[in-house]
Design a protein around this ligand. Structure first.
Ligand SMILES: [Zn+2]
Length: 469
């Protein structure tokens, strides 16, 4: 039995999505788990007094590309986990691609785990990948600690992570069925759409028309079919849904009782295609950010529960690969500055989602409890971590964010802690300021420190989320 060591207290503590904010003091044991919760504000002797700020479960971002090992000029575990910590994110789950090697074997999984000893400021786990021919690697990876697996149904953008066809998918799912392993789908298929060479590639619409909603709709029809074939043994998940046209098929699949979950991203909910300026390739991602009416329909699906969770899909690269006007001098010969069609697709945003979601959501009827459900509880459960993370409850990890949801916040460059600072959110104004982030009872980020260099804990308190979870 571990000793009680620290207390966290406040007048507005939100324990989970079914509670109301109220006074509470949370006692945390030496192992970083919640030992006891008293419904009173007790500042005397507390390690942290949130006062009138909101103290709630830390954000679990289940979709982040850390790119380590192999592409650390794009991102790395230290910078990604600093960015997470600064934004109230206490757990990130890395994607199996864009790092080299791709996380598609136990050896690659172990290589990533060893490489992350560089320093994790929050807890970090990883998804594995399904690629042609690795069905036999899946159960061993699951046993090693992979949270589940991701696959592509179209080109992934990197050669080391090829897509799977239906036969390969079936072979993988038969393996996963033996253990109840979860399968995540990048749900776009090639429908023959392509960018019109006659149109200006520096206009966002040129790229948008090359990735029509039909690509997602066709893929999701396949996902639903495969999900039904293996139900209930292989829970299926659609990553980064953008096309509202796919919502009827998702609603029908859920009504049928299929084990299907869906995520969307902060950018699909907070940005519309109409707002993307020419040549601003920091807005490019796949599937694309679509029009205003599409965004309204996604919000309706968030509010009615069709969309289960919201994640960042943080996927940065170096500015030259973005063909961004900011580094026009460094572009490779023949490249067009601001070319949406040729630029790398991916939006950098880990750690800045909470205020963005809240600012847009609050005016659409989203409650703070919904925020907890969408970014903490549902994402923790999705990553197989419901017994440890996503809520504040006795026995669970003491992962908290202390923030002021009503405070004005401008996302200035000094607040961006990921490696490459190109992001559509730069200089954006929103509501919600993170003050402290706590990982298993340790304060890993504290904005009240006057010197920016002191705001992150000197030690990295994050742990690898492996098979023991
Ligand atoms: Zn992604």
């Amino acid at each position: 039995m571990s000793q009680e060591t620290v207390a966290f207290t406040g007048r507005r503590v939100l324990l989970d999505s079914a509670s109301e904010p109220g006074p509470a003091t949370i006692y945390v044991d030496g192992a970083g788990r919640v030992a006891r919760i008293e419904p009173e504000h007790r500042p005397a002797g507390a390690a942290l007094d949130a006062g009138d700020r909101l103290l709630m479960p830390g954000v679990v971002d289940a979709h982040v590309h850390i790119n380590q090992p192999g592409r650390t000029q794009w991102e790395g575990v230290v910078t990604a986990s600093h960015a997470a910590a600064a934004g109230g994110v206490t757990t990130i789950i890395d994607m199996p691609l864009n790092c080299i090697p791709s996380t598609v074997t136990v050896a690659a999984y172990e290589q990533k785990r060893a490489s992350f000893a560089d320093g994790m400021w929050v807890d970090v786990g990883t998804w594995g990948g399904v690629v042609p021919g690795n069905a036999g690697d899946l159960v061993p990876m699951l046993e090693a600690g992979a949270r589940g697996f991701k696959c592509f149904l179209c080109d992934s953008g990197v050669a080391e992570f090829p897509p799977v066809d239906e036969a390969q998918l079936r072979a993988a799912m038969a393996e996963l069925a033996t253990k109840g392993g979860r399968l995540l789908f990048h749900a776009e298929v090639d429908t023959g759409a392509a960018a019109d060479a006659a149109r200006d590639p520096t206009e966002y619409a040129t790229f948008l028309h090359s990735r029509p909603p039909a690509m997602e709709v066709a893929a999701i029809d396949l996902v639903v079919r495969m999900c039904r074939e293996f139900a209930p043994r292989v829970p299926c998940h659609i990553v980064h849904l953008s096309a509202a046209d796919a919502l009827p098929a998702i609603r029908a699949a859920k009504a049928e009782g299929l084990p299907l979950t869906v995520e969307t991203c902060f950018h699909y909910l907070t940005i519309s295609a109409e707002d993307v300026p020419p040549r601003s390739t920091e807005y490019k991602c796949c599937p694309p950010i679509r029009g205003d009416a599409n965004r309204d329909a996604l919000w309706a699906a968030v509010l009615d529960g069709t969309i289960d969770m919201v994640v960042s899909d943080h996927s940065p690269c170096t500015p030259d690969l973005k063909l961004h006007p900011c580094c026009a001098g460094a572009l490779r010969p023949g490249a067009t500055e601001g070319d949406f069609v040729s630029a790398w697709g991916g939006i950098a945003s880990v750690g800045i989602g909470l205020p963005l979601l809240w600012t847009e959501g609050a005016r659409r009827g989203l409650r703070l409890q919904d925020v907890v459900r969408l970014v903490s509880e549902a994402t923790a459960a999705h990553a197989g971590l419901a017994a440890r993370k996503g809520r504040i409850a006795v026995g669970l990890d003491a992962d908290f964010v202390v923030w002021a949801p009503d405070a004005e916040n401008r996302i200035t460059a000094d607040k961006l802690h990921f490696r490459n600072k190109l992001t559509p959110y730069r200089e954006r104004s929103c509501l919600g300021l993170v003050h402290q982030t706590v990982v298993r009872g340790a304060v890993v980020y504290d904005a009240s420190k006057p010197d920016p260099d002191d705001r992150f804990s000197a030690q990295s308190h994050g742990q690898w989320i492996g098979s023991e979870y």
